[in-house]
Ligand binder design. Structure first.
Ligand code: HSE
Length: 405
């Protein structure tokens, strides 16, 4: 019997117990032995739950039990999740986690500690919910240089943007619905202000380029400012408004950002709707590959946690190669002003203003909207160049969104 402990018995923790119970036989077959949840660490009691008798309130019980070989951390938040993870690794136990905050903030040191202790630290569920993305990037794409990763990384905001587009719904009503469905973070500001996506793109950037950026320091804009104007412009241009995390290298430096984008209809991410996530990886040998699936929710996320549990337990007799991440130094991080893409501006003004904007932005792409407004899409230019070009026209844009082609 392989003994494991679950830290946190909320949405993902209880989902993990459900997956382990429901698919018990096939999981045992993969692991070569039965997997038993010996402990569940939570502040609460769960007297009605079949595993309610496994609940403990003191992490020491788990750390001091030599039978426990693996800890699945699904507590959320930085502390005490990080502290318990360190303690479990120190105690020679492998850790798997869905906690993107801990991975994005402390991933470099936790991977290093796991390596030192000869155990594993896996985090498939931290990005893209149930979508396999972390393991494929580490294994199937190992023969490639990653050129860029662009993704819809937050299910809650994609659910909201899809409803706003399809039903003309109000932001706050849809947010409540997403919370009820268990998609949103405990504090939904992390979803709608983009921090959750920032943590996830930082993890993907580290996998792609080996440098771990600080998720609190990358350029991050959420969706609270998205209005019907944005949706109308997107419609006119055959695009959709999506919250995108993007990473690429610019002159050898790593860029990572989160922003609402206009995603072109020709890009498969444009059609990723509802709570689904879509992650487009551009690799130098493979080309573009889309990873698509349920990006949030109890069982999809638990499915990824259990995949890591199986991975650790089925490879318990072999040495694992964990990725090496190094915290990015200031001179290894690209400035967002150097990021080149097309940009869409909504501007109030007459046809003469539109001509001026077209000339400055080197483009012919203009559509007119009601209320004496027009939207113009620049040629590909850096943010710095685009800002200077618009300033030279004397026009004041109502908004500017980057375009993902
Ligand atoms: N709140 C997150 C989301 C959960 O909506 O994507 C999954 O990380």
């Amino acid at each position: 019997m392989l003994q494991i402990a679950l830290l946190g018995f909320g949405v993902v923790g209880s989902g993990t117990a459900e997956v382990l119970t429901e698919n018990q036989k096939q999981i045992a077959a993969y692991c070569g032995d039965e997997v038993n949840v010996k402990y569940i660490l939570d502040l609460r009691e769960f007297p009605e739950h079949p595993l309610g008798d496994r609940v403990v309130h003191d992490i020491k019980v788990i750390l001091d039990d030599p039978e426990v070989v693996l800890v699945a951390e699904m507590m959320g938040g930085a502390h005490p999740a990080y502290d318990f993870t360190r303690a479990a690794l120190e105690a020679g136990k492998s850790v798997v986690t869905s906690n993107k905050e801990v991975v994005a903030t402390f991933g470099a040191e936790l991977l290093e500690l796991a390596r030192e202790k000869g155990v594993s630290y896996l985090f498939e569920a931290s990005v893209g919910g149930g979508i396999p993305i972390i393991r494929p990037m580490q294994t199937d794409l190992a023969s490639n240089e990653i050129l860029s990763v662009s993704g819809i990384l937050n299910g809650t905001t994609n659910f909201i943007l899809t409803k706003m587009k399809n039903e003309g719904a109000e932001f706050s009503d849809v947010l409540r619905e997403a919370q009820k469905k268990g998609y949103a973070e405990a504090n939904p500001s992390a979803d709608v202000d983009g921090l959750d996506a920032a943590r996830k793109i930082v993890i993907l950037a580290a996998l792609a380029f080996g440098k771990l950026l600080n998720p609190n320091e990358i350029s991050t804009t959420g969706i609270t400012g998205i209005t019907k104007d944005h949706t109308a412009v997107a419609d006119k241009l055959g695009c959709a408004v999506k919250l995108i995390g993007h990473t690429e290298k610019i002159d050898g430096k790593v860029l990572a950002l989160v922003s609402p984008y206009l995603v072109s209809g020709s890009n498969p991410i444009c059609h990723v709707d509802d709570v689904y996530n879509g992650i487009l990886v551009d690799a130098n040998m493979l080309g573009r590959a889309l990873f698509y699936g349920a990006g949030a929710g109890k069982l999809p996320t638990a499915s990824a946690v259990v995949a890591d549990i199986i991975d650790v337990l089925s490879h318990r007799f072999t040495e694992r190669k964990l990725p090496v991440w190094v915290p990015a130094k200031a001179d290894e991080i690209a400035a967002v002003e150097d990021y080149a893409c097309r940009r869409c501006y909504l501007i109030e003004g007459c046809s003469r203003c539109a001509e001026k904007a077209k000339a400055a932005l080197g483009t012919d792409t203009v559509v007119t909207l009601e209320g004496g407004r027009f939207a113009v899409v620049s040629k590909e230019m850096t943010e710095r160049e685009a800002t200077e070009a618009i300033a030279s026209t004397g026009l004041t844009p109502i908004f500017c969104l980057p375009v993902l082609d």
